[in-house]
Design a protein around this ligand. Structure first.
Ligand code: GUN
Length: 337
């Protein structure tokens, strides 16, 4: 079942470990820590953890090819030419190649009709080489996201966005076939860092279908007491400041400052925003939804941006696709879900 994202061992903070080597090549986490004066021991090294997961996946893919002659396949549908979406799709295809997956791509023009997109999805639904289908969001306004997501076979819904998968995630006693990748990555980081979730207070900031809502459901399934804070919540800061675990996914650069963080809390920052910075080579730098320095001063553990949640999203997509391919190997019946 998808929720048993197999708990792999893996260091929470490889950065701290690498500093004990004779001639350490600093990881991103160490660099970030040096630049921001935040101790490396506080940083959750998502980049390192995602690398560990990807190498585990690559090993399993090699065995699957050799023993069963099966190569996991991911189909990625991109509509239009949004620069951010193009970048994400490129990274996803590159990650597929690196672990030995086949990837299939359909790049459709921004003015493609909804019916054409549906035809593409149907073709991938019927293609046995394809174990996972991902339609990059957002879609152009004239295309119904609802219709497209509903059309993806739930057995290939590696994004976990199909209402049947989300519905199963929300219900006690049911297990979705797939869990959305970014929230799954957040939980994986908490688990690998051995952060207790059961019985803890968690605050999720943001209520999007892609991150906030499924993140809250995943925390609740692990017996956290979850509060969701969103744009209409009066005094979100006060609520957040009571939480042991904070997942920030509001899409507002550096909104969550240190005043929002309870001393010792664990902070997972999902945001990725460009902030003007004349001192940076590109004229901007990436920041999260959390103001890193002030929040890190209060937190016991915190994800950096970049190098925190971002790499985990792709690792979880690969994990979901591999899980789907495993089901193809074992012939596991998933119908009836
Ligand atoms: N757009 C932003 N995040 C995601 C994601 O996780 N999956 C898809 N399909 N689109 C996205």
């Amino acid at each position: 079942m998808a929720l048993s994202c197999h708990r792999q061992t893996g260091a929470c903070r490889p950065a701290a470990r690498s500093s004990r080597r004779a001639a350490p090549r600093p990881s991103t986490a160490v660099v970030a820590a040096t630049a921001s004066a935040v101790p490396a021991s506080k940083l959750i090294d998502g980049k390192g953890i995602a690398e560990t997961i990807r190498s585990e996946i690559a090993k399993e893919v090699a065995v699957m090819k050799q023993q069963h002659g099966l190569t996991p396949g991911l189909a990625v549908v991109l509509v239009g030419s949004r620069k951010d979406s193009e970048t994400y799709v490129r990274s996803k295809k590159k990650a597929c190649a690196e672990v030995g997956f086949d990837s299939y791509g359909s790049d459709l023009p921004a003015d493609v009709s909804e019916e054409e997109v549906l035809k593409v999805v149907e073709a991938y639904n019927a293609d046995p080489r394809v174990h996972g289908i991902l339609v990059q969001l957002p879609l152009p306004k004239h295309i119904s996201e609802k219709r497209i997501l509903d059309a993806i076979s739930i057995e290939k819904d590696v994004d976990g966005f199909h209402p049947l998968n989300i519905g199963s995630l929300a219900m006690r006693g049911r297990d979705p076939l797939f869990v959305p990748c970014t929230p799954k990555g957040c939980i994986e980081l908490l688990e690998r860092c051995k952060v207790p979730i059961s019985g803890r207070k968690a605050c999720v900031i943001g209520r999007s279908n892609i991150v906030g809502m499924p993140a809250a459901l995943l925390l609740q399934r692990r017996d956290a007491t979850v509060t969701m804070v969103h744009s209409k919540t009066p005094d979100g800061q006060r609520i957040c400041a009571e939480a042991d675990i904070v997942i920030a996914a509001c899409g507002v650069a550096e909104m969550v400052t240190g005043d929002w963080i309870k001393p010792g809390a664990v902070v997972i920052d999902v945001g990725i925003n460009a902030k003007d910075d004349p001192t940076a080579k590109k004229g901007y730098r990436l920041v999260g939804d959390v103001e890193f320095e002030s929040a890190a001063a209060k937190a016991s553990l915190i994800t950096p941006v970049p190098g925190g949640v971002g790499p985990m999203t792709i690792a979880m997509l690969l994990q979901n696709t591999l899980e789907s391919a495993r089901r193809a190997v074992t012939g596991e019946k998933v119908a009836g879900h």
